[in-house]
Design a protein around this ligand. Structure first.
Ligand code: NAP
Length: 315
């Protein structure tokens, strides 16, 4: 095999991908880390991390920067590019980006998730004009405004608290009467004077002229509908996997989550998946980094075996 072939290409520079890069490059594997956006993944959209051991408080972007510097410290190469396809040619995997083709003996997929959308009238129309999926990016545009947050998971609860730094009032609209989020976060939200909660409520439409002025709500228990005034809508209703580029490989479930075993192996030898993209993931920073370590160690064994087989076939 030629020297232009990487031992491993890691796709996605979130916590999982960056940890894998530390381990594989430190083990002297020729490593390429590819990321289409800014390194950090969901860390970039997170104001505060307080459950990553050794940091009782660090901003998401700061942790991302630390991890990125660490990821490149042992010689991993880095490219900013959008991966569009992967071809499995047996011992060689080919990665097609928007402007290059790369070859590798193994692949670690760490592309994570993107925010789900409500899919209701007004959502696309007012995207960027009052509708947002990123409080860290857009919260500061809503100083002294009134906002709604849709959802009842960790993201909705955490981000509603964050938005009170800017907004006069935040109303959390949840479709059930119990939160899915961790109790410690719910407790903090309930103590926040600027937050009001409306349970059992769906958002059916986002309305406005040039920008958002309200939402059309429906109470799921009574069927009652009403218009609720707001300056902005932050949607936190869960995540979808970023896995379109692997659809030819048949390694996902029907929703696009990548299926692995507990050693991060997919059904294709030499292709691994880690972090939030995995079907069974816990979806925490610390578990993504753990997955990255496991996959990197598996990759070391896989590449060693592959090299040994190739050496034997040439002798
Ligand atoms: P999530 O846990 O899937 O929660 C999504 C929420 O949105 C649920 O409350 C769900 O309601 C609601 N929802 C879903 N579809 C809806 C719709 N069409 N209309 C209205 N509401 C809808 O998503 P997430 O909060 O983004 O979290 C994703 C993962 O990341 C989780 O594993 C989470 O634990 C993790 N995370 C962890 C932290 C942390 O540890 N600090 C922070 C953020 C995220 P139901 O409850 O009725 O299903």
């Amino acid at each position: 095999m030629s020297d232009n072939i990487y031992d491993v290409i890691i796709i996605g520079a979130g916590p999982g991908g960056m940890t894998a890069a530390v381990y594989t490059s430190r083990a002297n594997l020729k490593t390429l880390l590819i990321e289409r956006g800014v390194p950090g993944g969901q860390l970039q959209n997170t104001e505060e991390i307080e459950n990553f051991p050794s940091y009782s408080h660090i901003s998401g972007p700061d942790l991302a920067q630390n991890m990125f510097e660490h990821a490149l410290k042992f010689g991993a190469e880095y490219e900013q590019a959008n991966v569009q396809d992967i071809a499995d040619e047996g011992n060689i995997k080919v990665v097609y980006t928007d402007n290059q083709t790369y070859k590798a003996k193994s692949i670690i997929i760490a592309t994570g998730t993107k925010y789900k959308k409500l899919g209701i009238p007004g959502e696309e129309e007012f995207s960027g004009r009052g509708v947002s999926w990123c409080a860290v990016c857009d919260g500061a545009f809503f100083k002294e405004k009134e906002l709604v947050v849709v959802g009842g998971g960790d993201s909705a609860v955490e981000e509603s608290i964050f938005l009170t730094k800017f907004a006069k009032k935040v109303t959390v609209l949840h479709r059930r009467d119990r939160f899915r989020a961790q109790p410690i976060l719910v407790e903090r939200m309930l103590k926040n004077d600027k937050i009001e909660i409306v349970y059992d409520t769906l958002v059916n439409e986002i309305i406005g002229e040039n920008k958002v002025s309200g939402v059309l709500l429906e109470n799921v228990k009574t069927g009652e509908t009403k218009t609720f005034s707001t300056d902005g809508v932050f949607e936190y209703i869960g995540m979808n996997p970023v896995s379109d580029f692997v659809k030819n490989l048949a390694i996902t479930d029907e929703e696009g989550w990548i299926v692995t075993d507990d050693r991060m192996k997919t059904d294709i030898p030499g292709i691994y998946a880690i972090g939030d993209i995995r079907k069974e993931a816990v979806r925490q920073v610390v578990t993504a980094t753990g997955d990255g370590c496991v996959a990197a160690i598996e990759v070391q064994h896989y590449v060693e075996n592959l090299n040994a087989q190739l050496a034997e076939s040439l002798s």
